[in-house]
Design a protein. Structure first.
Ligand code: CTP
Ligand code: CA
Length: 229
């Protein structure tokens, strides 16, 4: 879609988008991380700005992406930094979209010095749970009427298919909208196209057909704007 063909339906709104992956340091050179490129979150931020919003992009680690035009970028490389940045920006936000891939766990401690190979059996990694930023936002609802959007990258397994896991996650998180992507087999991560389902807390379910991440972003904003007070 051409920017000048987009509606200006986010004018006067502040939207917060988190994007990219967090890295949880093991030592000065090593981390636990993930494959998130940040591209879907970047597209959400860019399209929101084109539709008139004031945009805060809380940016984790990404592929080599340039900052989108007319967007405030707040770098946040770890789950803890991302939680602080999202919380601060969410205080006056109309919409928060958690597109970031937040590490669920972090090493229980970060070694000050580089961990050496040594001669013995490697020590097992001890991990601590990171805060669930999305669930925390929904729980504390810092602003009445704020629309909170989550993402879920799912694979089917013995317990059920992608949609089954998406519905369960929506119920667990309590956010207004959940974008569910199928992952694995080269889908979603490190790709330019995306597809999935948009699930709403009020029961609405919409399929998002395969298309560019910008097109998917437009469909997501189309679902958000009618929910704004
Ligand atoms: N999320 C978050 N904070 C975390 C982990 C995830 O805010 N510590 C957000 C993500 O940004 C995403 C949503 O929660 O919007 C779902 O993330 P996901 O990893 O699918 O959910 P989890 O509850 O961590 O479930 P899973 O065990 O499947 O990883
Ligand atoms: Ca997770």
């Amino acid at each position: 879609e051409r920017p000048d063909a987009l509606p200006r339906d986010l004018e006067g709104r502040h939207v917060v988008v988190s994007a990219g992956g967090t890295r949880e340091a093991l030592d000065p050179v090593r981390f636990l991380g993930n494959r998130s490129s940040g591209r879907q979150g970047w597209a959400l931020a860019r399209v929101a700005a084109q539709r008139g919003a004031r945009v805060t992009l809380v940016a984790g680690h990404t592929a080599d992406l340039a900052a989108p035009a007319a967007v405030d970028v707040v770098p946040a490389g770890t789950a803890a930094a991302m939680e602080a940045a999202v919380r601060a920006a969410a205080a006056d936000a109309d919409v928060v979209v958690m597109a970031a891939a937040v590490a669920d766990f972090r090493p229980i401690a970060t070694a000050a010095d580089k961990i050496k190979r040594g001669g013995d059996e490697p020590a097992p990694l001890r991990l601590a749970q990171n805060p669930d930023i999305l669930a925390g936002l929904v729980h504390d609802s810092p602003r009445p009427g704020q629309v909170v959007v989550g993402f879920a990258a799912e694979t089917g397994d013995a317990d059920g298919d992608v949609l089954h896991h998406g519905r369960a996650k929506l119920a667990r998180k309590g956010c207004d909208l959940l974008v569910v992507n199928a992952v694995g087999d080269g889908k979603a991560f490190e790709t330019l196209d995306n597809a999935g389902w948009l699930l709403a807390r009020d029961g609405g379910e919409e399929e998002l057909p395969m298309g560019s991440k910008a097109l998917l972003a437009s469909r997501i904003w189309d679902a958000v704007t009618p929910r704004l007070p």
